[in-house]
Design a protein around this ligand. Structure first.
Ligand SMILES: *[C@@H]1O[C@H](CO)[C@@H](O)[C@H](O)[C@H]1NC(C)=O
Length: 389
């Protein structure tokens, strides 16, 4: 419209167009300057914003976070690091013993197993099948857990063995088989009475099935388990082991809530109470139907309280095996890779691109991927049996 107006004026007054042109030019220049200024301000703000840890320092006192009523506490967004959802339960480093490097209270060293050798043999040669499959079945992960536990014990790493989310206790059994006489056993689940708190309807823990499972390999829930927590893992304090008087974890399976927030919470509980070299096994990692688990893991790895690192070294049958110590990550990775018994089933390379092999990597480290499709049930029993100690 204005262009036509100007055109008209050109005809009537020859002096005006030049002035108009100059004005237009200076307007454009001013607009350009304003834009540049805005851009500078935005860039500056991005660089100047305080890092996450500084923001966390102004968190509310402990009670505000830990008194959980089942409802998200919805703290003000300024209290949480940027981009972490509001309802996440966030441990400050000073609430998380492992983040403060305070965990040196290993369980006493002893190579004598908690469950008698003959009972273990019976369990691994098929006894485990008496326990109902509460969640997924397993094959290769069971012998891998035995092998890894032996590696830990040879390194002098002794501690509590536990599981968050035991379901019917079949995998719990595979974990407990590895415990030494000095190591405590713990378990946590909503169990059937509290299923209304099962917000994401993942799993259905059953106390009776769990108890019977324990008895099938000779453990008594009352006398042999240090602690069975019935309830949501959001009720647990971040320094759980101090409060409940057990040594920090050596081996802990995380298979409770499957939302990103609950996974984040459970990884905090596991890692905050883990000795260096502890192995955390996260179930349903990269599961198509439970994306929250994967989301929660990576959010924990990048924004959780553990500053010395989160190192996955193995993915197998839907589970991620993760440790908290870089040197031991390397050790576990190397030892598994060079173990002839697992050679057929573990792969370090994801694929080949134009002649060069590409390694499996995540969160900055290499990991192994198992494939157990070709592993027969009978072979698995023999493999597992050969690793009992
Ligand atoms: C487990 O131990 C408790 C306490 O000693 C006992 O009362 C109970 O009968 C035991 N259970 C079994 C199945 O042996």
């Amino acid at each position: 419209m204005s262009v036509f107006m100007v055109d008209k004026e050109i005809v009537t007054c020859p002096e005006r167009p030049r002035a108009m042109f100059k004005m237009g030019l200076s307007m454009a220049f001013l607009l350009f300057c304003a834009n540049m200024l805005l851009l500078l301000v935005l860039i500056q703000r991005d660089f100047m914003s305080p890092p996450a840890r500084v923001a966390m320092a102004v968190d509310p006192p402990l009670e505000d976070i830990t008194t959980n009523t089942g409802q998200p506490t919805a703290p003000e967004s300024s209290r949480l690091p940027r981009r972490l959802p509001r309802d996440f339960r966030m441990a400050r480093p000073e609430e998380c013993p492992a983040a403060m490097h305070k965990l040196t209270n290993y369980a006493p060293a002893s190579m004598k197993s908690k469950i008698p050798y003959s009972r273990q043999k019976k369990f691994v040669l098929g006894g485990y099948q008496q326990i109902d499959k509460g969640s997924g079945d397993y094959k290769l992960v069971a012998p891998l857990v035995a092998k890894l536990s032996k590696l830990q014990h040879e390194q002098g790493i002794f501690g509590t063995v536990g599981e968050l989310g035991v379901h019917h206790g079949r995998f719990t059994g595979a974990l407990y088989m590895t415990a030494r006489e000095t190591e405590k056993l713990i378990a946590a689940d909503l169990f059937e009475d509290l299923q209304y708190q099962n917000v994401d309807v993942s799993g259905y823990g059953n106390r009776q099935a769990f108890r019977q499972g324990l008895e099938s390999y000779g453990l008594n829930e009352t006398t042999d388990l240090h602690l069975v927590h019935t309830g949501t893992t959001e009720d647990l304090p971040f320094d759980w082991h101090v409060q409940s008087d057990f040594e920090p974890f050596r081996l802990i399976s995380v298979d409770a809530g499957h939302t990103a927030g609950l996974t984040f919470n459970d990884l905090e509980i596991a890692f905050c109470n883990s000795v260096p070299g502890s192995i955390v096994i996260l179930d349903d990692f990269f599961h198509n139907l439970w994306p929250g688990v994967t989301e929660g893991f990576f959010q924990f790895a990048s924004m959780g309280p553990i500053d010395n690192g989160v190192y996955p070294f193995l993915r197998c049958e839907g589970k991620a095996f993760v440790t908290n110590d870089k040197a031991l990550h390397k050790h576990y990775y190397k030892m598994l890779r060079s173990e002839p018994k697992f050679k057929l089933f573990l792969n370090a390379y994801a694929h080949q691109v134009r002649g060069s092999k590409v390694k499996y990597m995540m969160n900055g480290v290499e990991y192994l991927k198992c494939s157990s499709d070709k592993l027969k049930r009978d072979t698995m029993h023999l493999l597992w049996n050969s690793l009992v100690y």
